[in-house]
Design a binder for this molecule. Structure first.
Ligand SMILES: Cc1ncc(C[n+]2csc(CCOP(=O)(O)OP(=O)(O)O)c2C)c(N)n1
Ligand SMILES: [Mg+2]
Length: 397
């Protein structure tokens, strides 16, 4: 027996049968629903229409991206980088996100999206400055229109909506693409960002990289939704479900969402189904919560291998082509190694730079306190060096 069938229920009494007739669904949900299966191009008949130039461009970036990930992870083992959340296995999402945007657009990455930032033109060393612990952000967000790599989950999403909405009010045709993980979709910021974006029809593309886990928490413990893309419907925006390891499919879907946003069509939520092949970061042991067989199954659906199959079918995967790309990737890694192995000269006063456009009185007070301490320390060193035993030594009880 349903609630409506209970004795005394209003089921058959016309005046109380439902909300007043003025109520109508606000949006037809059908066009907003994602495909039942992740959208793919590689390995399907539709792959034939793909431009070879695009495929080689994507392939070059994927190979470089994987090499960058490997090098950055190696730098953590050498103590040159505090932490690195690798995007190995997720390169197609990272690269497509960067390439789908125009120069005038903005990228809002999470901590896992160093590759997207580098593919958008950020200096590979600057992209690691935050993860190295040197500086607050490590780069000027305005230079390439890349917001700082965001560590608090999902807080970059309302920022993206605010920026995109403001740009639209000013008449600028700017699109913001914001990246978030599957775990981040459980945050309040995710809800607030998607709701406002849809109500305001803000030009934002939300890219959820569903890589299966939020550290050790699998997706099944994260959500009971049919898919993360389905969440879009509740906000009144289209949801797209894509194979996140299919680089041209990702590029096409994100490109369409960007164009739609630019035309004034409002936001889109894209769920990329992918997999985090490596541990959450170098500080995590993924063998404690997932099987080797699962990882191997995903390796068989590797984004680089998928693209190689298509390139080989077109006879584009020649030795000369592959060697050339590998050589470029090695140069990228060698440059990263060399520059990350140089000790940067850090000024502790930089702690106070770029916190606020106009410093608060508290920060000014803290800055002058630190300045005084640094000056006193420097003077102590000078005096230490001046005389054997020195003032500092004698002053001790
Ligand atoms: C607000 C907030 N809560 C918790 C954390 C700790 N934390 C860091 S990464 C992470 C998992 C995020 O998983 P997901 O969103 O799926 O992204 P992925 O790491 O898989 O790319 C958590 C819980 C955080 N950084 N911010
Ligand atoms: Mg995840």
């Amino acid at each position: 027996m349903t609630v409506l069938e209970q004795p005394g229920s209003s089921r058959n009494t016309s005046s109380l049968a439902g909300p007043p007739p003025s109520w109508q669904p606000r949006t037809d949900p059908a066009p907003l629903l994602p495909d039942p299966e992740p959208y793919r191009l590689l390995g399907t008949d539709a792959a034939a229409r793909l431009d070879s130039g695009l495929l080689t461009r994507l392939y070059t970036q994927l190979v470089r991206g994987r090499r960058y990930n490997a090098q950055a992870t190696a730098l953590t083992r050498q103590g040159r980088l505090a932490v690195y959340p690798s995007s190995t296995g997720q390169e197609a999402c990272e690269i497509a996100a960067a390439l789908a945007l125009e120069e005038r657009d903005w990228l809002f990455p999470s901590y896992r999206d160093t590759l997207a930032a580098v593919a958008r033109g950020l200096d590979p060393v600057q992209a690691l400055t935050l993860l190295r612990g040197d500086w607050h952000s490590g780069y000027d967000p305005h230079e390439h229109r890349i917001a700082p790599l965001c560590t608090p989950l999902a807080t970059q999403l309302p920022h993206a909506v605010g920026l995109a909405h403001a740009a639209r009010l000013k008449g600028d045709e700017v699109v913001a693409l914001a990246m978030v993980g599957d775990g981040g979709t459980s945050e309040g910021d995710f809800h607030e960002a998607l709701n406002f974006a849809a109500v305001w029809q803000a030009p934002v593309v939300f890219l959820v990289q569903n890589n299966g886990f939020a550290i050790s928490v699998p997706l099944a413990k994260q959500t009971a939704a049919p898919s993360l893309a389905h969440k879009a419907v509740g906000y009144g925006m289209p949801g797209r479900l894509v194979d996140g390891n299919d680089a041209p499919a990702m590029y096409e879907v994100l490109g369409e969402a960007v164009q739609r946003a630019r035309r004034g069509g409002g936001p889109t939520l894209v769920e990329a189904v992918t997999y985090r092949v490596e541990a959450h970061t170098n500080a995590d042991d993924a063998t404690r919560y997932r099987s080797a067989a699962e990882v191997e199954a995903w390796r068989a659906h590797d984004p680089i291998a998928l693209l190689e199959r298509e390139l080989a079918a077109r006879e584009l995967l020649t030795d000369a082509f592959v060697d050339d790309i590998k050589e470029g990737a090695e140069q990228l890694a060698a440059d990263l190694r060399e520059r990350m192995n140089a000790d940067p000269a850090l000024d502790p006063m930089d702690l106070f730079t770029h916190v606020f456009a106009e410093q608060t009185s508290q920060l000014r007070a803290q800055a002058s306190q630190l300045r005084a301490e640094l000056d006193a320390e420097a003077a102590g060193h000078t005096e230490d060096a001046a005389g054997a035993g020195g003032v500092a030594e004698e002053a001790r009880p």
